[in-house]
Structure formats: C-alpha cells, structure tokens
Ligand binder design. Structure first.
Ligand SMILES: NC(=O)c1ccc[n+]([C@@H]2O[C@H](COP(=O)([O-])OP(=O)(O)OC[C@H]3O[C@@H](n4cnc5c(N)ncnc54)[C@H](OP(=O)(O)O)[C@@H]3O)[C@@H](O)[C@H]2O)c1
Length: 261
C-alpha cells in the first residue's frame, strides 16, 4: 500500500525514546520529513544518525520541554520557520503513578500543563496551516486507561479522558478541511515507561520485575507486551493519506488487553 507520506511534514513529540521515537522513525522510513521533539535531543540525533545519509537529510531534532510554556512558544516559532506541520503526533511523558486518594494537589496543574495544555496550544498553532492546505493528520498517543482506567494511574486516567474530549470536539471542527484527529491507545508496549512502572510494582509488592512482567503478560490475550514498532505502524497508517475517512476515533493497540467490546 502506498501511504502517500512522501513530502509530508511530520512533527512528533516525545520522540527521543519509546513510542514517539518509533513513530518518528517509521514516518521517516515511509518518506515523511520529520521534526522529532523532546528534551533529550542527543538521543534523537543518535537515532537519526543511524539512517542512510540521504534519509538523514529529511529528519531533524527540536528541543522541547512540554512543562515549559516558553519552550512550547519557542518550538511553535521554530516549526513555523520550518514550514509548519502536515502531521502532528501528540505525545508526552507519562505522569507519576498515584492513586486518586494520594494524588498531590500540585501535580494536577503541572501534569495537565505538560500532558494536555501544551499539546492543545501546539496543535492550535499548526491548524491554520493545515486548514490552508486542506489536509492534516493529528494522531494522539493516549492510553488504554481512556477505556478502562488503570489502577494507580489516577493522573493519567483523568488527564487522558480530558484530552479525548478535546480530540473528539476538534475532530468535528476540522473534518471539513480534510484534517483527521484520532487517538491510539497503547495497552502494554515495552518501553522505558513500562519498565519503570513494572519496577515500581516490583518494589511495592516484593516480587521480581520478571514476575511482574510475566503476570502482566498473562493478563493479555496475546500473552506478551507489544513492541514500539507494532504501535508505530498503526500511528503511521492513521497519519497517512490512506486513512482519509477515519476521524474522531480511538484505535487500540493492546493485544486484546481491554476486555470490553
Ligand atoms: N508504553 C506503553 O505501553 C504505554 C501505555 C499507556 C500509555 N503510555 C503513554 O504513552 C506515552 C509515551 O510512552 P512511552 O512508553 O513511549 O514512554 P517513554 O519511553 O518514557 O517516552 C516518553 C517520551 O516523552 C518525552 N517527554 C517526557 N517528558 C517530557 C517533557 N517534559 N517535555 C517533552 N517531552 C517529554 C520523553 O523525551 P525527553 O525525556 O527527551 O523529553 C520521551 O521521548 C506516555 O505518556 C505514556 O504514559 C504508554
């Protein structure tokens, strides 16, 4: 299938590791020009350097700290200077794990700023260009917690529900302009974030990380964690020309983990 990504300008957030890095690499491999954002630009530059020299010319890193409004404003200016974005992959770091009972009051505004407000602001800044070109793709890396809230991830469950509401609202507003907005819901995809959460569970319960991961995998019909590349394939399809009639939706990449239909 020809994805129609050649010449499209993709901006991927949280592209230094894990899901975001894999999405950025896959979009690059499929022909898009990629601006890969994150705080650890050295990691981004390192994966860009692994590509053939002619591919490297289509990729660049951009320093962005989603916790900082100044950094978001500077990134918006920089992306405009690079010609704007046809494709936005919205991603952020995951919040601290906590129960709803124990959540610290100061974490709510701070995490909402980094995980939601910064993404909303960046998207709004890119939309006039997409509307002018009558084409755009906004793909949001979300969580299975949107459909089945995850224990001890109260901040994540609550903030991602808000992002889902924003995405659905926006999808209807921009659909007449050839712009799609979709959420992709990872279940358990093996990345640093999942290793960190399994490590915390191991510390809390006294199990080994291996036992935690084995029990976690056993609860998934496919009996394993997914890979970041499996996740990125779905994001790349949604970002492509071929997904032109999919919008306002949620796609699970979870090996069957969410039990509801
Ligand atoms: N992996 C899964 O199975 C899974 C499941 C459900 C939800 N999720 C969610 O999906 C998202 C990506 O997860 P992942 O597994 O790929 O995690 P990861 O490997 O830890 O990657 C997180 C990415 O977010 C970036 N980031 C963190 N804080 C940032 C900040 N303040 N400003 C800008 N970028 C920041 C990191 O880059 P820098 O540190 O370089 O800035 C990194 O590139 C997270 O929100 C996670 O909670 C993942």
């Amino acid at each position: 299938m020809e994805l129609g990504l050649v010449g499209k300008r993709a901006v991927v957030l949280g592209a230094s590791s894990g899901l975001g890095a894999s999405c950025a690499r896959t979009l690059l491999a499929e022909g898009a020009d990629v601006t890969a954002c994150g705080r650890r630009t050295a990691l981004i530059d390192a994966w860009i350097a692994e590509n053939d020299p002619h591919v490297q010319t289509r990729a660049s890193s951009l320093a962005l700290d989603l916790k900082s409004r100044e950094s978001v404003a500077a990134a918006i200016e920089d992306i405009h200077a690079r010609g704007g974005a046809d494709i936005l992959v919205l991603n952020s770091g995951g919040p601290p794990t906590t129960t709803a009972l124990d959540a610290r009051p100061e974490d709510w505004p701070a995490q909402f700023q980094a995980m939601a407000c910064s993404l909303f602001e960046l998207t709004q800044a890119m939309l006039p260009g997409m509307i002018g070109r009558q084409w755009g793709r906004i793909v949001i890396i979300s969580s299975s917690g949107v459909e089945q809230p995850i224990a001890r991830l109260a901040l994540s469950n609550a903030i991602r529900a808000s992002i889902a509401g924003w995405a659905k609202t926006l999808s209807a507003e921009v659909a007449p302009h050839g712009i799609t907005v979709n959420l992709v819901l990872p279940g358990r995809i093996l990345t640093d974030r999942v290793r960190q959460i399994d490590g915390e569970t191991a510390n809390r319960t006294g199990q080994s990380i291996g036992d935690v991961a084995a029990a976690s995998s056993a609860a998934i019909p496919m009996a394993r964690y997914g890979t970041a590349d499996e996740f990125a394939s779905v994001v790349t399809f949604l970002a492509s020309e071929r997904a032109s009639y999919m919008t306002g939706g949620k796609v699970r990449v979870d090996g069957g983990m969410i039990r509801a239909v």
